[in-house]
Design a protein around this ligand. Structure first.
Ligand SMILES: Cc1cc2nc3c(=O)[nH]c(=O)nc-3n(C[C@H](O)[C@H](O)[C@H](O)COP(=O)(O)OP(=O)(O)OC[C@H]3O[C@@H](n4cnc5c(N)ncnc54)[C@H](O)[C@@H]3O)c2cc1C
Length: 440
């Protein structure tokens, strides 16, 4: 059994680096979820000394829908991870949208930037794979290192490291680095301790999921049911969100729902999910007895809702920086992408010769996030808002949404897989609108 401070041996791209004082590094990354492990991998690959601090020990559970779009596949491939079916991944070929009685299947487009397939994998397995990959690139992964707070230079207000409690005995330790990355997820205690508060004018989502045994476990489409309704409302109003069923390929499906958490919705989400599952057609094989895990959920921090993404030596990535897409609740691809943007920025910054140069380089990170996501996230928010306001979609509400043309727009909006030079006019239009939409 490895001790809490024991490093995972480097078994991949590079030999273990020469011993340095355990308490300092070039960069500290707090949290080894998809965001943190991706950042640590790209940093370590350039030869920087990276400490990746994770409070739990792998494998550990993370509540999720386990669905990965082609955006996430691209990030995994960039990490050099074998995503073949032989390596245990279930491939999917697109998204099935269901609205009213309308069922439409949309295949993932094959694009120059993204592959034409998505994946499904349980997070216990997935997150461990990414963390070990970062370690194999040279990052010093420390499990059971619960970061308690920042070390701050009182004169400048700059973060200079973190304090942590190690292992079961919760031994206090300090780690120092000129740059720290908060990748500690939705609650991001590190960001809060550095006074990075959540913006209340940004969307927040909420999502819950469970698993049940089903004959449809090898479904080649991720399935989204768009007309999710409030069963406690006499008019059964539409909710701004959707329910999903993702076959896991292991005899079970992940079933869940994600909704924009707006002030006028006060529902028991667990109960809503159970009631929704009971309405599934018989072919899904759902019954309360088929459920294999408790219903669990958490908040989805969306639309870049915590800022600034860089200041005083601290960068925010993934859920810590609110990178979940408001249109879909997809978070893994954006967590990984933001981790990569942050890593590339830090590599440039640490090569500068002056403090001013370093700060200038680091300021590029929030700009990169804004130009990549602000427009698309604003569009996604709009689309989700429309879903919750059936009158805006015409008196038919979800039936109106069931129109094939609208479902096609919904699909394109949801997946954010457009290219400027696409031959498809809708594709080009959405790409353009996503670029110019007023995201701040
Ligand atoms: C029910 C549900 C379903 C979802 N379904 C999908 C889906 O199907 N597809 C998708 O793309 N996204 C989905 N998401 C969103 C996705 O799970 C997140 O966006 C994603 O996990 C964000 O990755 P992250 O690395 O930023 O944060 P996390 O995955 O939360 O990782 C944070 C890490 O930091 C560690 N940590 C926290 N505090 C500390 C500390 N003090 N010290 C050290 N380490 C710490 C945690 O242990 C964890 O390992 C879903 C979310 C929910 C709630």
């Amino acid at each position: 059994m490895p001790g809490p401070e024991q490093q995972v041996p480097a078994d991949g791209d590079r030999a273990p680096r020469p011993a340095r004082p355990e308490e300092s590094a070039d960069v500290i990354v707090v949290g080894a979820g998809p965001a943190g492990s991706t950042a640590a991998y790209h940093l370590a690959r350039t030869g920087l000394d990276v400490l990746l601090l994770e409070k739990s020990a792998f494998p550990r559970e993370k509540v999720c829908g386990d669905g990965l779009t082609p955006r996430a596949v691209k990030q995994l491939t960039d990490l050099g991870i074998d995503v073949s079916e032989q390596a245990g991944w279930l491939h999917n070929q697109g998204l099935r949208l269901i609205s009213g009685r309308r069922v439409l299947e949309f295949d993932w487009p094959e694009l120059s930037a993204f592959p034409g397939y998505g994946l499904v994998r349980r997070r216990a397995d997935f997150d461990e794979l990414l963390a070990r990959r970062a370690a194999s690139a040279g990052a010093r992964l420390v499990e059971r290192a619960n970061v308690a707070g920042p070390l701050v230079d009182e004169r400048t207000g700059r973060i200079t490291g973190v304090t942590a409690k190690l292992g079961d005995e919760r031994r206090p330790v300090s780690y120092r680095a000129p740059v720290v990355v908060a990748a500690d997820g939705n609650s991001t205690r590190l960001s809060v301790a550095m006074k990075r508060y959540r913006r209340t004018d940004r969307a927040m989502g909420v999502a819950y999921r469970t698993y049940f045994t089903t004959p449809r476990h090898e479904d080649r489409y991720l399935e989204a049911w768009l007309d999710l309704r409030d069963p406690t409302d006499p008019a059964r109003r539409l909710l701004p969100g959707y329910a999903w069923v993702f076959g896991m390929g292991d005899g079970t499906a992940n079933v869940g729902l994600g909704v924009l958490d707006t002030a006028d919705i006060d529902l028991d989400w667990r109960d809503l999910l159970r009631r929704w599952c009971e309405g599934l057609p018989p072919g899904y094989g759902y019954s309360p007895d088929a459920v294999t895990e408790p219903v669990r959920g958490s908040a989805l921090p969306m639309g870049l809702n915590r800022r600034p993404h860089y200041a005083d030596g601290l960068l925010l990535i993934g859920d810590a920086g609110g990178t979940v897409s408001p249109g879909t609740g997809e978070g893994i691809a954006y967590a990984m992408e933001s981790g990569r943007y942050a890593a590339e920025t830090i590599v440039q910054a640490l090569a500068r010769r002056t403090d001013r140069g370093r700060e200038l380089a680091l300021a590029a990170y929030p700009q990169a996030l804004r130009s990549a996501y602000a427009g698309y996230f604003a569009l996604g928010r709009l689309a989700a808002d429309l879903l919750g306001r059936p009158r805006l979609l015409g008196a038919a509400g979800a039936v109106g949404l069931g129109h094939p043309a609208l479902l096609k727009v919904a699909f394109r909006l949801m997946v954010n897989l457009t290219e400027p030079n696409s031959k498809d006019a809708l594709d080009r239009l959405l790409h353009l609108v996503g670029r110019v939409a007023p995201g701040r």
